[in-house]
Design a protein around this ligand. Structure first.
Ligand code: KG4
Ligand code: ZN
Length: 359
């Protein structure tokens, strides 16, 4: 059990994450200690369907959230009066789940008379490297998850400038769809990475969409289609272990090339706008992939920059990053009204990023 902190000088935020298929709760201290965190991944609930079913996810969040909350507060040895604020993912995401988490957070904030902080899930990912590595602003961020693929300059809390985004699929989605056509189950990323370890990345000539084009946007649809066509051409489909490993390795290598090229463009732009580019931060579920991390590290180093990647458990969806983003907003003097509506879409750089009411 964690030691009870001096509550007079420190700040502790409770964070709730329910935007996809993870129900998660965490208590994070302003000294960057994760006092406690609990997580329930709904893999079993969705496995039979090959992807996340929104209604099943929302129901599972409803069933799991309260026990996780009680356990997190007990593990952290925190009573409600010791909390500075309650933060919850309020979008973007599957709206049923977002409503469950945000409503719980508002109810607790009301009952315990604490400030409520509405956190953008993407902001949670964007600031996670400040929790794990104390990274200073500004930095260049590659955000790669199941629903998003973006390059952005993170200039401060709430100050995000999108350099590029995907024109079609997110990178995690491309991993998941590749896994699906190969019969590898959901989520696909970890399975593809595991198989790729024993594969020949040069065997299949797969496309690198947008290669040679200026800018920082991404496209993965053509790559995904090429993988499907390659599977269809194989005599045994993806049933032969070596064929499957070679295809996964070739796919992952194509993804690495695409990321390396687009990040190279983004580092140039960042250096032009901010004078220098010393850090490339990678976050989001796909950042758990060690092969891609290695590729990004080489890309950053070739530019004279460091690659900063939070530990894998902070890259995939979790509540510590939501509590931390809430804490950063709280420290910036921002609070939200209990009238704020959960939202399925919420761009990180839109004017409506300023949902928040300064006090
Ligand atoms: O950030 P995240 O947990 O949830 C979203 O907000 O989307 O990201 C989940 C995505 C899934 O598409 C999953 O397949 C992918 O991250 N992912 C990976 C790996 N681990 C998770 N992709 C590639 N390699 C991995 N090791
Ligand atoms: Zn996420």
């Amino acid at each position: 059990m964690a030691v009870l902190k001096d509550l007079n000088v420190s700040q502790i935020v409770l964070g709730i994450e329910t935007s996809c298929d993870e129900t998660a709760v965490a208590c994070v201290h302003s000294d960057r200690t994760i006092l406690a965190q609990t997580i329930h991944s709904q893999l079993d609930e969705h496995a039979a369907f090959g992807g996340v079913v929104p209604e099943i996810a929302a129901r599972a969040h409803l069933q799991r959230l309260r026990p996780l909350l009680e356990k997190t507060l007990a593990d952290a040895a925190i009573r409600p009066e010791g909390l500075s604020a309650i933060a919850a993912t309020t979008g973007p995401g599957l709206i049923g789940g977002v409503i469950v988490g945000a409503t719980m957070a508002k109810a607790l904030a009301f009952a315990w008379d604490k400030p409520f902080i509405a956190v953008n899930h993407l902001e949670g990912h964007a600031l996670s490297a400040r929790l794990s590595d104390d990274v200073a602003f500004p930095y260049l961020l590659l955000l790669v998850s199941g629903g998003h693929c973006q390059l952005l300059a993170v200039a401060g809390v709430g100050d995000y400038r999108v350099y590029g985004t995907t024109l079609d699929d997110a990178l995690g989605e491309a991993f998941d769809k590749t896994a699906r056509v190969m019969g590898l189950g959901y989520p696909g990323g970890p399975a593809v990475e595991r198989l790729a370890l024993g594969g020949d990345s040069t065997r299949f000539a797969l496309p690198r969409p947008l290669s040679g084009r200026a800018g920082c946007d991404f496209s993965f649809a053509g790559l995904k289609t090429a993988v499907r066509q390659a599977v269809e051409r194989l005599p045994a489909g993806a049933a032969d272990d070596q064929d499957a490993a070679d295809l996964c390795a070739s796919f992952q290598a194509a993804c690495g090339d695409i990321l390396a090229e687009r990040c190279g463009h983004a580092m140039e732009r960042f250096a032009h706008e901010f004078g220098t580019c010393e850090r490339l931060v990678v976050a989001g579920g796909v950042a758990a992939n060690q092969a891609l991390r290695g590729r990004l590290r080489d890309t950053a180093e070739a530019f004279g920059a460091d690659l900063i990647a939070p530990p894998p458990a902070l890259c995939t969806d979790n509540a510590a990053m939501i509590a931390w983003a809430g804490l950063e907003r709280f420290q910036a003097g921002q609070r939200d009204s209990l009238d704020v509506s959960p939202r399925p879409r919420w761009p990180l750089d839109g004017a409506d990023m300023r949902l928040v009411t300064p006090v």
